[in-house]
Design a protein around this ligand. Structure first.
Ligand code: V47
Length: 388
């Protein structure tokens, strides 16, 4: 450790604030708000990468996690009108969809024999559906695949369905858990700071509501993820404020499993006039998030949004998880300019991870190891992915 720190100090001839940050990272001390902003302002992405990689390897060695999952997006009808969203439609509007519960059962039946371990359910915030409807959806899914982990409903969806059913957040979460809810995904967080939130998603759950719902879930023993939508109107101070609030809640509850930075994609939404940030900014962001969120077990690169090549590179910038197989079951990012038909076989995911010099680990939704692909040479043929 001392050697690497001295190397960094010599190699980068660190200015005093960065030297102090490096020392703090190596001794496991927490970074301050100002230091978070300073890291974002650091022009040397390889320094950030080296520091973040040190932390990543301290936590996970060479392991990089993935899972076998698919998504269900029950509807894209949404009462909200977020400026960044390309997915939402009004009832009756062209392109709107709304699956019946029978159609959702059919989707799950397609996976009845498949080795998937998780379904991720997220959709538009429907004006008419309450907790009872979504509870029934969960019960029907569990009846078909009782072993499937159901990661479902962003805090924004929970807030509205609870209000519709006149339940408190705690009652709604307890009800959904009894129906089969296993964890919450991290969506809906966007940027917490009101200066930005007012411009990109004015009417939906506030930062305080989002954090309250995740706090309540954690208190009930329901784990969750968290996200940050970056690369649009926000300043670095807004990103650090966002990370600060997540870090504080994680100190309280320890209920977050993974943090997922979500890069703003600009197609087909009201913010299309903005440019998307360059890949270097994505890598820098992963690194700073890894360094700032010192209590977050996992940092995930969501490949359908960030792209396969950046996801692969991110494994050297603090990331330890690349999400899963997806199986072309999500439209949220495709509609905003992400990969059109996102699907990766297990062999492709293994190839992607090995191509970055890491050891692929198939995990379940609670990050329990299912299989470590550490054979040298591999015992089964692995097709290296053709990177798009
Ligand atoms: O909250 C929507 C984002 C999120 C755009 O928990 C956009 O494992 C970029 O939360 N550009 C929903 N982002 C998806 C989500 C998620 C994804 C992957 C894994 C997990 C997890 C959760 O998608 C929304 C919003 O932040 N989003 N539109 C867009 N144009």
């Amino acid at each position: 450790m001392g050697d690497l720190l001295s190397h960094l100090i010599d190699r980068y001839r660190l200015a005093r604030p960065y030297r102090r940050i490096a020392e703090k990272v190596f001794s496991g001390e927490r970074l301050s708000f100002q230091e978070g902003v300073a890291l974002y302002q650091c022009p040397d992405v390889s320094f950030l990468g080296a520091l973040a990689n040190y932390v990543r390897e301290r936590l996970h060695g060479d392991y990089a996690y993935f899972n076998r999952n698919f998504h269900i997006e029950p509807t894209n009808i949404c009462v909200f009108d977020c400026a960044f969203c390309a997915f939402a439609r009004r009832p009756g509007q062209e392109g709107a969809w709304e699956y019946t519960l029978e159609e959702i059962e059919q989707i799950v039946r397609r996976y009845a024999e498949a080795p998937v371990t998780e379904v991720h359910i997220v959709g538009g915030v429907h004006p008419k559906r309450g907790v009872e409807y979504y509870g029934e959806m969960l019960r029907r899914i569990k009846a078909i695949r009782p072993d499937l982990h159901i990661k479902a409903f962003t805090a924004v969806e929970i807030a509205v369905m609870a209000a519709r059913s006149r339940m408190s957040i705690r009652e709604a979460l307890q009800y959904l858990r009894a129906c089969g809810l296993d964890s919450l995904p991290g969506g809906g967080a966007e940027i917490f700071h009101p200066e930005v939130r007012a411009q990109i998603c004015d009417s939906k759950a506030t930062a305080e509501q989002w954090l309250h719902i995740h706090r309540t879930a954690h208190e009930l023993g329901i784990p969750s993820n968290c996200t940050m939508l970056y690369g649009h109107l926000e300043a670095y101070e807004h990103r650090v404020d966002h990370l600060e609030r997540l870090r504080a809640l994680q100190d309280e509850t320890g209920g977050f499993q993974a943090f997922i930075p979500l890069k703003f994609k600009r197609e087909n939404n009201r913010m299309s006039h903005l440019r998307e940030v360059p890949m270097l900014e994505d890598l820098k962001n992963y690194a700073v998030c890894r360094l700032y969120l010192d209590n977050m077990p996992h940092l995930k690169a969501y490949w359908p949004m960030i792209g396969r090549q950046t996801a692969q590179l991110s494994l050297s910038f603090g990331v330890d998880d690349v999400d899963g197989t997806i199986d072309d079951t999500t439209r949220i990012y495709a509609m905003a300019g992400g990969e059109e038909h996102p699907a990766m076989s297990t062999a492709e995911l293994i190839g992607l991870i090995r191509g970055a010099g890491r050891i692929p680990v198939e995990r379940d939704s609670l990050y329990r190891v299912r299989r470590i692909y550490n054979e040298h040479p591999p015992t089964e043929p692995i097709d290296l992915p053709m990177l798009a």
